[in-house]
Design a protein around this ligand. Sequence first.
Ligand SMILES: N[C@@H](CCC(=O)N[C@@H](CS)C(=O)NCC(=O)O)C(=O)O
Length: 336
Amino acid sequence: MKAFLGTALVAAAAHTAHAGTLDIVRQRGSVMCGTTTGFAGFSAPDNKGEWRGLDVDLCRAVAAAVLGDARKVKIVPLDAQQRFTALQSGEIDLLARNTTVTQQRDTALGIIHAGINFYDGQGFMVPKSLNVKSAKELDGASVCLQAGTSNENTLADWARANNVKYKPVVIEQFNEVVNAFAAGRCDVFSTDASGLASIRISKLHNPDDYMVLPEIISKEPLGPFVRKGDDNWLNIVSWSLSAMVEAEEYGITSANVDELKANSQNPGIKRILGVTAGAGQNMGLQEDWAYNIVKQVGNYGESFERNVGQGSPLKLQRGLNAQWNKGGLMYALPIR
Ligand SMILES: N[C@@H](CCC(=O)N[C@@H](CS)C(=O)NCC(=O)O)C(=O)O
């Protein structure tokens, strides 16, 4: 009897913990997801106005896990300054906006990261006409940066450490920073290397006139953020990302997921796909939460290649974002 009561209490406590963002999202019928205002590869509308990108896929994955339908996402475009307020105020349920995880952001803003979906680092882009081959030659240069990014502080630290003097040109709106750079109002553009690749290909008229310098001056682990104080929602977002990464590790793709769900005898695959029950229920979700993610959005590798990899104009290498057993840092925590 005591043991039974104990189990009932644990179940009740687990149920209470589910109240919060999950209920709000269910009642609303959509996930409000904060992204950039338009940054090709990560979050940008395509020519039909559909938002696409690695970060958008994370928004869609959460909608697939929670609502069974990856289309039930409302994208809220945010510039760098607006993003944390939008999350703190409840305007969005989830921030998926090439946001660097830092100790300050995780501890001082009432928000917390829910995994890393892209390992990046800050770099520099210059017009080839500047005739510079290394960042060390940038002494005295003017550098365009977007306001409200970690890039401002990272560059200041690097410049101090390397005794490089520069003139920051800090601009709020993304397109205006790009325009300032394109118009020669600064010598250099500095942001995350993925951002530089995206800007070069999608925003500058003659990409071949520009080059990205070899130096990467920081670690920029980019990941989704949620509000603090809703542990179940934090779990849902971080395990949705983990499910995409682990699905890739197990070779589960949007193309073979039905076949594997029906026939696989691999215990790991059976747990991810909800054939063996438990993982969904523990988060207050249906057992097909991860099946829906892989079926409707794809695994991490599919999302990477389609949005920023070989199937995209950016053609980024997997690099640090390869699986842990292929020389990268993508190491999904096990769904078991
Ligand atoms: N990872 C950095 C930079 C993120 C960032 O905001 N990058 C800019 C420049 S590429 C951007 O995405 N802008 C798009 C926008 O404001 O819509 C951070 O978290 O502060």
